[in-house]
Design a protein around this ligand. Structure first.
Ligand code: ZN
Length: 388
């Protein structure tokens, strides 16, 4: 079954490619494709600048024809319920309605001859009038959208984790329920940690993702609707996202360290932390690989002594680009007056921290105070490079 992911112009390329990588990490009959070239734009008359007056409104979804009790909040401990990203209320944000969003899916479907049994899911930064994270289209349930903004307010991890999770949720929901009517009467109004929790209180999404589970009742509904291989793949992706989220939310900061694996395509993985990939740009990787090799560390002012080695690493990583231009970039990086290396080092640090949380990350990133020798403290017994 094919799932086509498309995005609007405001969804970052990084997030979009992370989502795709997370989904494609586990192979199976569900096939995820992304179209980053066809940007879906919202015209000025297709959204309103709508005011969000307070945090309560911001954190609540509005039921589309669903009646519910407002007592469904579960109690989180104080630390967890504190908003993670601060907003100053009131503020305005682009808001559109579901019809407009699903029209975009339909136009894309027609334009690209996508059959009616393949998903078209639009990732959009524009919020929607019901303030939902994600939904399927009532009229064409193979259409869906995911609102990609504001996740940081609810969950502290890479945005791509919950977005990828929602992609799987939409696919499963499409098949669990015969139609939208059944969906809206069958979702769990009180959150129980099932993929079908309604999350009128948007914070409840955290419970859903922490369990990454499907309750027995909902599992029964999948019987015969999807193949076992499809269900297995969906569950495996959910589980891999759950593990990755736990690491990045510091829930698992006391576990043994993971190996650090560089594969033959020079990608960096932490296989024991849910096989999460640490994404770095070629120049950042060049610096990182240099420091991996030199266990005693290198002071920034001595980087210029390693220029040749860096040229070699960089050209092995990036085949595109002019040779002289690549040399210039390395020259710039080792130039102590340029601050370029320090910037790369903080980008590398941010990459690890976002993925596995600050405590675990310290073992993997390049560290050392101003003017001191910088190094990666990781015991190199844990470092493995695959060259074949
Ligand atoms: Zn359920």
């Amino acid at each position: 079954m094919k799932v086509h992911l498309i995005k609007d112009g405001d969804v970052s390329k990084e997030t979009f490619s992370e989502v795709i990588d997370l989904l494609q990490a586990i192979t199976g009959p569900l096939e995820f494709t992304c179209d980053s070239l066809n940007i879906i734009n919202f015209e000025v008359d297709e959204f309103l600048e709508k005011k969000v007056s307070n945090v309560k409104a911001f954190e609540k979804s509005i039921g589309a024809h669903i009646t519910y009790s407002s007592k469904s909040q579960i109690v989180m401990n104080k630390k967890e319920s504190r908003p993670l990203k601060s907003f100053t209320f009131p503020f305005s944000r682009k808001t559109t309605n579901w019809t407009t969003i699903f029209d975009k899916c339909n136009i894309y479907r027609t334009k690209n001859n996508i059959p009616n049994n393949e998903f078209v899911i639009l990732l959009t930064e524009v919020s929607n009038s019901n303030n939902w994270f994600a939904s399927l289209d009532e009229k064409m349930p193979f259409n869906g959208f995911i609102h990609t903004a504001d996740w940081n307010h609810f969950i502290k991890c890479l945005d791509s984790f919950p977005i990828a999770f929602e992609v799987i949720a939409l696919i499963l929901q499409k098949h669990m329920f015969n139609d939208y009517n059944e969906l809206r009467t069958s979702v769990h109004i009180e959150p129980i940690g099932c993929i079908n929790d309604m999350c009128f209180e948007k914070k409840d999404i955290k419970l859903k993702m922490r369990t990454a589970d499907i309750c027995q009742d909902c599992m029964t509904k999948l019987n015969g609707k999807l193949s076992l291989a499809e269900i297995h793949q969906a569950l495996s992706i959910m589980e891999s996202l759950r593990v990755k989220m736990l690491f990045s939310q510091n829930f698992k900061q006391t576990v043994p360290l993971s190996k650090l694996l560089i594969d033959k395509r020079n990608r960096i993985f932490l296989p024991d932390f849910g096989n999460i990939e640490i994404k770095l740009r070629p120049l950042e990787k060049t610096l990182y690989f240099l420091y991996l090799k030199h266990t005693d560390g290198i002071g920034l002012s001595f980087l210029c002594d390693f220029k040749q080695e860096m040229y070699d690493i960089y050209t092995s990583l990036s085949s595109i680009g002019d040779f002289q231009e690549m040399r210039n970039r390395i020259d710039e990086m080792v130039n102590i007056t340029s601050n370029s290396a320090a910037e790369k080092i903080s980008k590398i640090k941010a990459g690890f921290v976002k993925a596995i949380g600050i405590e675990l990350a310290k073992n993997y990133y390049i560290q050392g105070g101003n003017g001191e020798v910088k190094k990666i403290v990781l015991n190199r017994d844990l470092y493995k490079r695959i060259n074949y």
